[in-house]
Design a protein around this ligand. Structure first.
Ligand SMILES: Cc1ncc(C[n+]2csc(CCOP(=O)(O)OP(=O)(O)O)c2C)c(N)n1
Length: 321
C-alpha cells in the first residue's frame, strides 16, 4: 500500500476508538446509565474517520447525531465525552445537552442542533470566518440522507456556492431516516451528490465502509475546496447496523440484509484484515489496543458515575432571555 505506516496506524487508531466508544455507549445505555436515548453509529465509523483524515488544525466541524464518538478523535477528552453523555457537570455542556452535544469550540467542533439540517447554515457561517481570516481551512458539514432533504441544507448550499465559501458538505447515507428508506424520501439514489451539479459543486460518491476509499474520495473534494474553488460534496454510502434508537425492532427492514451488511461490510474488521495482510500491524497489536482502550474507557466511566450533577440553580446558566 502506498501510505506511510504512521498514517495507516493513525487511521486504524481513530477507527478502533470510534467503534469502541460507540459500542461502549450502547452498553452503558443498556445498563440504564444514559439519560434520554442514543442513536448508535456502530458500523458507520469509516465514513467519519476516512473523511476526517483530511482535516487540519483550524478547520471547523458540524457532526451529526450518529457517530458522536467522532468528537473524540477531534480532541474531546473521554471524561468530558462521557460526562456529557451521562449528564454530569464534567460534560462538554455541563450535562445540559446530553449525547448530541459533545462538541467543543476549542477543537473547532461547533456543537449540534437537534433541529436537523439547520446546522448547515452554521457551517456556512464558519466558512465565512475562514474566508475573512484568509486561511485555507474548510468547514465540514455532516448530514444524514434524511436531513439532507431539508430546506435549510438547500439554502446553505446555495449561499455557499454563490459566495464560493469553503464548506465540504458530507452526506452520510445509511439508507434510512428513522423507518423511511432513502428510496422513499429521495428521487435520486445519492441524495446530496446527485444534486450537487445543480448548485455548481463537484461531488464524489464512495463506499463509506471502506476507510481508505472514503479518505481518497474526500481528499479530492477537500483539496478542491481548500484551494479556494468553493464548496464540494462527499456522499458516503453505508448502512445503519442498529435501530434508529436502542430498542427499535426495525420491522421496516429485512433483517437478513442487516446481517449480511454486518458480516461483509464491517469497516473495522475489513481494515484490520488489510493491515494484517500487508504486514503493517498484527492481530496481537489490535488485541492490545482494544484491551488498553477498554480499560481507559471503563476508568473514565467510573470517574463519571461519581461526578456531580448540576444543581437546579445552574440549569439556567448560559440561557439568554
Ligand atoms: C427538523 C427535524 N425533524 C425531525 C427530527 C427527528 N429526527 C431525529 S433523527 C431523524 C432521522 C434522520 O435521518 P438521517 O438524516 O438519515 O440520519 P440518520 O438518523 O439515519 O443517521 C429524525 C427525523 C429532527 N431531529 N429534526
Amino acid at each position: 500500500m502506498d501510505y506511510a505506516k504512521e498514517f495507516l496506524e493513525k487511521i486504524h487508531e481513530d477507527l478502533l476508538k470510534t467503534r469502541m466508544l460507540e459500542e461502549k455507549l450502547v452498553e452503558t445505555y443498556a445498563e440504564g446509565k444514559v439519560p434520554g436515548h442514543i442513536h448508535s453509529g456502530v458500523g458507520q465509523e469509516a465514513s467519519y474517520v476516512g473523511v476526517l483524515a483530511t482535516r487540519k488544525p483550524g478547520d471547523y466541524f458540524k457532526i451529526g447525531h450518529r457517530v458522536i464518538a467522532a468528537t473524540c478523535i477531534l480532541g474531546n477528552p473521554l471524561d468530558s465525552f462521557f460526562g456529557e453523555c451521562l449528564a454530569k457537570k464534567t460534560g462538554n455542556a455541563g450535562g445540559r445537552g446530553g449525547v448530541n452535544h459533545t462538541g467543543r469550540l476549542q477543537d473547532g467542533v461547533l456543537g449540534m442542533s437537534g433541529t436537523l439540517g439547520c446546522d448547515a447554515g452554521i457551517s456556512v457561517g464558519a466558512a465565512l470566518t475562514i474566508e475573512a481570516n484568509g486561511t485555507d481551512n474548510v468547514s465540514y458539514f455532516f448530514v444524514g440522507d434524511g436531513a439532507a432533504n431539508r430546506g435549510p441544507v438547500s439554502e446553505a448550499m446555495t449561499l455557499a456556492a454563490d459566495w464560493k465559501l469553503p464548506v465540504v458538505f458530507v452526506c452520510i447515507n445509511n439508507g434510512y431516516g428513522i423507518s423511511t428508506p432513502t428510496t422513499f424520501s429521495s428521487p435520486v439514489p445519492n441524495v446530496l451528490a446527485d444534486r450537487a451539479v445543480g448548485y455548481g459543486m463537484p461531488s464524489v460518491v464512495v463506499d463509506g465502509t471502506d476507510v481508505l476509499a472514503a479518505y481518497e474520495a474526500a481528499k479530492k473534494m477537500v483539496e478542491y475546496t481548500r484551494a479556494g474553488n468553493g464548496p464540494s460534496v462527499i456522499e458516503c454510502k453505508c448502512y445503519r447496523w442498529r435501530g434508529h434508537f436502542e430498542g427499535d425492532q426495525c420491522p421496516y427492514r429485512d433483517g437478513t440484509v442487516t446481517e449480511q451488511e454486518i458480516a461483509e461490510r464491517d469497516c473495522l474488521k475489513n481494515f484490520e484484515q488489510v493491515l494484517a495482510d500487508s504486514g503493517v500491524m498484527t492481530a496481537e497489536q489490535f488485541a492490545k489496543m482494544r484491551a488498553d482502550f477498554d480499560q481507559e474507557m471503563n476508568e473514565s466511566i467510573e470517574r463519571t458515575l461519581v461526578a456531580p450533577e448540576m444543581t437546579a440553580d445552574e440549569i439556567y446558566d448560559y440561557l439568554y432571555v
